[in-house]
Design a protein around this ligand. Structure first.
Ligand SMILES: [Zn+2]
Length: 195
């Protein structure tokens, strides 16, 4: 399951994606999707980096990929302490980046929500964090969360197969060729990885 909120800012034309991934392969695909890291808030952390639990040094996650795939506990090359991927485990606080960017929602022009049950907090409440005048588009298999129990007059729900719905949106935007190019380019990054 993953949830993404597309939050364009009103003046500067910049935007951010909020990503929630509870399945690790989805998390790695999020980072391989071509979205610049500066535009992405991975609310459950990321495998892109790892931190030593003893000396707190930070390392690229790729350094320990072979250990993880071989079921070996990654060890710090400096102090031999256990190295943990920068994923938020149960009971751990959310990343500071999450709290920093919650403020973006009040500035949004549009909120896109895709592929989610909208049941896990605090992420589910983010759908209510945009002003009531801001359109919310839900692309999902089913009607969920506030789209079901307290819809707004500006809500739009595109229900059914999520991939087909995204392809339809992309087509309406005239981005089909750009998407195909992106998929072709980024698929190469997943080759040789755990898919
Ligand atoms: Zn260390």
């Amino acid at each position: 399951m993953w949830l993404s909120c597309f939050v364009p800012e009103p003046a500067g034309g910049s935007w951010s994606w909020w990503g929630l991934a509870s399945a690790h392969p989805v998390a790695s695909r999020t980072s391989a999707s071509g979205i610049p890291a500066s535009k992405l808030v991975e609310a459950h952390g990321s495998f892109a980096s790892a931190t030593c639990t003893v000396c707190r040094r930070s390392f690229p996650g790729e350094d320990f990929r072979a250990d993880v795939m071989a079921d070996r506990v990654p060890c710090c090359p400096v102090c031999t302490g256990v190295v943990k991927p920068d994923i938020v485990f149960f009971g751990e606080p959310l990343p500071a980046r999450f709290l920093l960017h919650v403020a973006d929602f009040s500035l949004a022009d549009l909120l896109l929500i895709l592929g989610t049950s909208l049941e896990v907090e605090p992420f589910a409440s983010l759908s209510e964090a945009v002003p009531k005048s801001v359109p919310r588009l839900l692309i999902n298999r089913d009607l969920v969360g506030p789209f079901a129990y307290s819809p707004r007059s500006t809500d739009v729900a595109q229900l059914g197969d999520v991939v087909q719905s995204v392809e339809r949106l992309v087509d309406l935007l005239g981005w089909t060729q750009e998407l195909q190019d992106l998929i072709q380019r980024e698929t190469g990054k997943l080759d040789g990885q755990d898919r």
